[in-house]
Design a protein around this ligand. Structure first.
Ligand SMILES: Cc1cc2nc3c(=O)[nH]c(=O)nc-3n(C[C@H](O)[C@H](O)[C@H](O)COP(=O)(O)OP(=O)(O)OC[C@H]3O[C@@H](n4cnc5c(N)ncnc54)[C@H](O)[C@@H]3O)c2cc1C
Length: 391
């Protein structure tokens, strides 16, 4: 393993551009795809170099664009990336959600077709699950897909589709049997956002940003070859994908290096006395957060390693989503408490970029309890599927 570490270290030294060893600005998102333009050209270069080495998806098989690394090798790679403060080379729903679902449920043709493109960052994927009257009760969705030869004709509307205005492809839940019980008439299908009949309308937030859209389908034609899993059994794939999503959202809160930022901030805003944070109550709160973060990170790592697929756990992913979300919100609350009036910034001076980003991050963290299924819904799943309590 020390040989592998040496190789990786040398490769990163040579290939990771200096500007990719700095914190990622909030407005740079290496999601890949054909429509996005990066402010910093190194973002694209870094993604391409990592993809060539299979390091954007280090544990996927080599034949699908992955690095074919073992868990131990991947751990070394992640450690070495952290050592040089490297930015993530490529992120998004391709890597964290539809890719793993394709690996688990895809036919060989589907894997060959889609996985290498995801690994290279050629395609930005979006998720067509929620509808105006189907959020928590997702299985009540009504977007219809009617057979026509080798295709389905799709009509309906999705909502809150993150990044739909940049997306190249969508993974979408559609109703193929309106007469079956609601969980049994759903199919999971993939199609291009550039297909005739697909349109998107960005939803503008109070901040002026539009992170998600309304997405409309008007007689969109999707090939039957792009059904993932079995027709009318899409709910099984949909639930599994949510487990990948929830584990990934949970990961934003726990076991990360972000607690170090918390301590650095405490030093700046509160100061130190005899090498300790000056405010004893804050010291306790930061320490408590750090301990919970560490314990959560280790629990999550152990569970993911033990999971059958080696990628994401089953219903336990709801615990991670719930707890990770709370940790992330708690971290931002602590930061804002430290910053005091410096947290009141929204626009220009006298607030610096870091302060503005923290306040925006605090607001954004509230959405963690909603996206990927609300906290209340996670608690229901934990009660039923993890603790085995009656309905
Ligand atoms: C930042 C963000 C990004 C998103 N991105 C996407 C995306 O890319 N694609 C996509 O398809 N969707 C996306 N969503 C939508 C998200 O999945 C839904 O908002 C979520 O599932 C909740 O559905 P809803 O908004 O319809 O709320 P509702 O289901 O109407 O819920 C309203 C309230 O009722 C509560 N509630 C509902 N049912 C129960 C119950 N049985 N027990 C207890 N409480 C209950 C909920 O917890 C919630 O507080 C995103 C949401 C956010 C915030």
């Amino acid at each position: 393993m020390s040989e592998f570490r040496g190789e990786v270290r040398a490769w990163l030294e040579e290939n990771c551009p200096a500007s990719m060893r700095t914190p990622m600005p909030a407005d740079e998102y290496p999601g890949g795809g054909q429509k996005i333009r990066y402010k910093n050209p190194d973002t694209r270069i870094w993604m391409e170099r990592m993809a060539q080495r299979g390091f954007t998806v280090p544990m996927w098989p080599k034949e699908y664009g992955g690095g074919g690394l073992s868990k131990e090798e991947n751990q070394i790679l992640q450690e070495e990336l952290r050592c040089i403060n490297a930015r993530p080379a490529h992120v998004g729903m391709g890597i964290s959600m539809i890719g793993p679902a394709l690996l688990e449920y895809g036919t060989e043709e589907q894997k060959q077709e889609h996985l290498p493109k995801i690994a290279r960052g050629d395609i930005w994927w979006c998720q067509g699950y929620s509808e105006p009257n189907s959020g928590s009760d997702l299985a009540s969705l009504r977007t219809s897909a009617v057979e026509d030869g080798d295709e389905y004709i799709i009509n309906g509307q999705k909502i809150w589709t993150s990044g739909a205005d940049y997306a190249d492809w969508i993974f979408c839940l559609v109703r193929t049997d309106p007469n079956a019980p609601k969980h049994e008439g759903i199919t999971f299908i993939l199609f291009s956002m550039d297909d005739p009949g697909v349109s998107v309308r960005p939803i503008k937030l109070i901040s002026g940003l539009s992170p998600f859209c309304e997405t409309f389908f008007d007689n969109v034609r999707a090939s039957k070859a792009n059904v993932l899993g079995e027709v009318n059994k899409g709910w099984t794939v949909a639930k599994r994908l949510l487990q990948y999503e929830r584990t990934s959202i949970g990961g934003i809160g726990g076991g990360s290096q972000k607690s170090a930022t918390l301590e650095e901030m405490a030093e700046v805003y509160v100061g130190k006395e005899s090498n300790k944070l000056a405010d004893p109550a804050l010291r306790r709160a930061v320490l408590g957060h750090r301990m919970n973060d560490r314990a959560f990170g280790l629990t999550m790592k152990r569970t993911v390693e033990n999971s059958q697929a080696g990628i994401a756990p089953g219903a336990e992913s709801s615990m991670f989503k719930y707890y990770g979300t709370e940790q992330n919100k708690g971290r931002f609350e602590l930061m804002l408490e430290m910053m005091g009036p410096r947290a009141l910034g929204w626009g220009d001076s006298p607030f610096d970029d870091q302060e503005l980003e923290t306040t925006r991050g605090w607001l954004r963290s509230k959405a963690n309890s909603i996206e990927g299924g609300t906290s209340e819904v996670q608690l229901n799943i934990i009660a039923k599927r993890v603790l085995g309590m009656p309905d």
